[in-house]
Design a protein around this ligand. Structure first.
Ligand code: HGY
Ligand code: MN
Ligand code: MN
Length: 414
């Protein structure tokens, strides 16, 4: 296939335009599920899909599907996609490269005169990030049927709002959540373009990674109830300080992962809220959300158990009551080896060296792998930095990723 007319400048302009749709001032990107910024971003991307001649539909949880019909529309499509929601204080490339890059890839294929035998469909997944409800990949979990509907109905955000309430406010209430789940064979394959969110490719000065395995994520929510009181009048022996119990638990998370025996175990207490939050009042309540992962399930699960035991021990010692909820404990995903070879062959045709990799971050591919053969294409990001405003991939690195994605889609859609 001759060189595709990928317009890197137009793509960069769109990445910057989308980055400006944020709940926070530039250069910070923040777009939490169904927030005003998320809804505006959805409109922006849907317009780009329309301009590219894609047929749009949205499901009951707000997953967006943009289809290029192909010569035989009844055949199972080749899918690609990622997310446009962003955690607080994020950058502009995480997820966005896989969405805007896929639109650019399809546009370049169209302009080159390529006609796919089977449809090619872009999926923009709802809430890949866990910010709103504490659980990531909400849209792709529901597509894969891996989140029970009663669990989805029980989700509440920090203000106590339910998924039902929020999806109705966003205009999706008229559809039934039971219709989100995809039947197996809905797609022939799924390929997601994403920044690496790690530093391996940059360190080895490689332009492309192809993902063979996606690490196993888990999230715990811990609620602590101590005894509040006056910071001056309440003497130390009388105290059951919820914040201090939480602080010890956060350190126990670090200890549990450092002693796991595997360098791939990582643990983060990314959310730590307290009440009442007055300097002269002993904290009576605390909420922690703990992110714990490993590429191996056994070590991840052992570390998870150690953390749960530490919570009980620390709270027992401090006279603090607690609840621990496992928001998600997911299996890793093994990517499809023949898809991996297709990506490698596409890199070969483009003269781009490629590295087989494990993804330490999770992605919607983790759940698409439960629906159809799946793999991911990684591009380097500067210093491996992600989930920060200084996240960066160069226009050339992005263009390489789009070219490999376009080539792989063309090979698969025949
Ligand atoms: O947390 C993750 O791995 C992804 O960026 N949501
Ligand atoms: Mn992310
Ligand atoms: Mn992402």
């Amino acid at each position: 296939m001759k060189a595709l007319p990928i317009d890197g400048e137009r793509l960069q302009r769109q990445i910057d335009e989308l980055a400006a749709i944020s709940a926070a001032p530039a250069p910070v990107v923040t777009r939490v599920l169904f927030s005003e910024a998320d809804l505006r971003a959805r409109d922006y991307v849907k317009n780009l899909c329309r301009e590219t001649g894609l047929t749009l539909r949205e499901d009951a949880v707000g997953n967006i599907f943009a289809r290029w019909a192909g010569k035989h529309p009844h055949l199972a499509p080749i899918a690609t996609g990622s997310h446009i929601d962003a955690i607080p204080n994020a950058g502009r490339y995480d997820g966005v490269v896989g969405v805007l890059g896929a639109i650019e890839a399809m546009r370049a294929l169209q302009q080159s005169g390529f006609k796919p035998e089977r449809p090619i469909e872009l999926i923009i997944f709802t809430a890949e990030e866990p910010t709103r409800f504490g659980i990531g990949c909400l849209g792709s979990r529901l597509l894969a049927g891996s989140l029970p509907l009663e669990k989805a109905a029980s989700l509440r955000d920090p203000d106590g709002k339910s998924l039902e309430e929020l999806r109705s406010q966003a205009g999706f209430g008229g559809q039934d959540l039971r219709e989100v789940r995809l039947t197996p064979k809905s797609y022939a394959a799924f390929v997601e373009l994403h920044i690496e969110q790690g530093a391996l490719l940059e360190k080895e000065n490689l332009p492309i990674g192809v993902v063979e395995k996606i690490a196993a994520p888990s999230t715990l929510r811990v609620q602590l109830t101590g005894v509040g009181g006056h910071a001056g009048a309440m003497l130390m022996p009388e105290r059951h300080d919820a914040l201090l119990a939480g602080a010890e638990i956060a350190l126990a998370v670090e200890q549990a992962v450092l002693t796991s025996g595997s360098p791939d175990t990582v643990g983060t207490t990314g959310v730590f809220r307290i009440e009442p939050g007055a300097v002269n009042s002993v904290p009576c309540r605390a909420w922690l959300e703990i992110d714990l992962r490993d590429t191996l399930v056994a070590t991840r699960d052992a570390a998870l158990k150690r953390v749960e035991n530490s919570v009980a021990e620390i709270c027992g010692k401090r006279g603090v009551t607690f609840t621990v909820e496992r928001l998600n404990v997911d299996a890793p995903a093994i990517c499809d080896s023949s898809l991996v070879e297709t990506v490698i062959a596409s890199c070969g045709e483009l003269g781009l060296p490629v590295k087989r990799m494990v993804s330490r971050a999770y992605h919607d591919s983790l759940f698409m792998a439960q629906i159809c053969p799946t793999t991911m294409i990684f591009i380097p990001c500067r210093g491996g930095v992600s989930h920060r405003p200084d996240e960066y991939s160069s226009p050339e690195q992005i263009k390489n990723g789009v070219a490999v994605l376009a080539m792989a889609l063309a090979r698969l859609a025949v």
